[in-house]
Design a protein around this ligand. Structure first.
Ligand code: SF4
Length: 233
């Protein structure tokens, strides 16, 4: 079995796992090609820059100092058995395990359900706009299956959306919030789109990016649908 491939690491964060001090490992490889991706260097499956054994030794030195390890990407679940084996070893050190996922691998998500304590699941757009945003026709259906898989576990999670005005309108956001509410989702995060690279052909204005956050009626209506809504501006 090929080793897990780690392309990046954040040694300390308070915002990537709710309520816990965490480290984040960024795994290489992603099946999607989102128009706003801020980690294009992680998209192709290649060799990670970090030696997984050295990272594991470092994690051992963090026992008692950190509470959780979050696997992010890219799409961490793309690494299948290597990821599962590594997650299990990290969990045995006593860390809570978090996962940031685009939901493309519902079957692998089901396989890690016993070792992952919390996930942040991306719901990127309405079904109609998903292919244009992520470059994949089946991504929406896979993400929905992942949502069902995780709902069935009864474990904690958050569904998050990045409001890129090129692909999400206020009406879309309302439709998605209603859909999640109907499915029993309790925690929703609405994230502001921050361009990491200039897109001269399809640029956005700050007013377009702020529209979701400036609309008090929209915010109040969405807030009423969930136990918790985080507006990440
Ligand atoms: S799912 Fe995440 S890592 Fe993959 S292309 Fe989209 S934004 Fe980038």
């Amino acid at each position: 079995m090929r080793d897990i491939q780690i392309g990046g690491l954040v040694s300390f964060t308070t915002i990537d796992y709710p309520g816990k001090l965490a480290a984040v490992l960024f795994l290489v490889g992603c099946p999607l090609r989102c128009a706003y991706c801020s980690n294009p260097h992680l998209l192709n499956v290649g060799d990670g820059e970090y030696d997984p054994d050295k990272v594991f030794e470092w994690l051992k030195s963090r026992v008692g100092k950190l509470e959780a390890v979050v696997f992010s990407g890219g799409e961490a679940l793309m690494q299948g058995d290597a990821l599962i084996d590594y997650m299990r070893r990290v969990r045995e050190l006593g860390f809570a395990i978090g996962l940031h996922t685009n939901g493309f691998y519902p079957d692998t998500l089901a396989r890690v359900a016993d070792i992952v304590d919390w996930i942040g699941l991306d719901y990127k757009a309405t079904r109609a706009k998903y292919p244009e945003l992520v470059g994949q026709n089946i991504a929406y259906d896979h993400m929905m299956r992942s949502l069902d898989v995780w709902l069935a576990t009864g474990k904690e999670f958050e569904v998050r959306i990045t409001c890129d005005p090129r692909f999400v309108s206020k009406m879309d956001l309302m439709e998605i919030a209603n859909d999640l509410h109907a499915r029993g989702v309790k925690k929703f995060a609405v994230q502001k789109y921050v361009p990491h690279f200039e897109d001269y052909e399809h640029g956005t204005t700050s007013e377009q990016r702020n529209q979701f956050f400036a609309d008090e009626n929209l915010r109040a209506t969405i807030n009423a649908l969930f136990d918790s809504v985080i507006w990440r501006e």
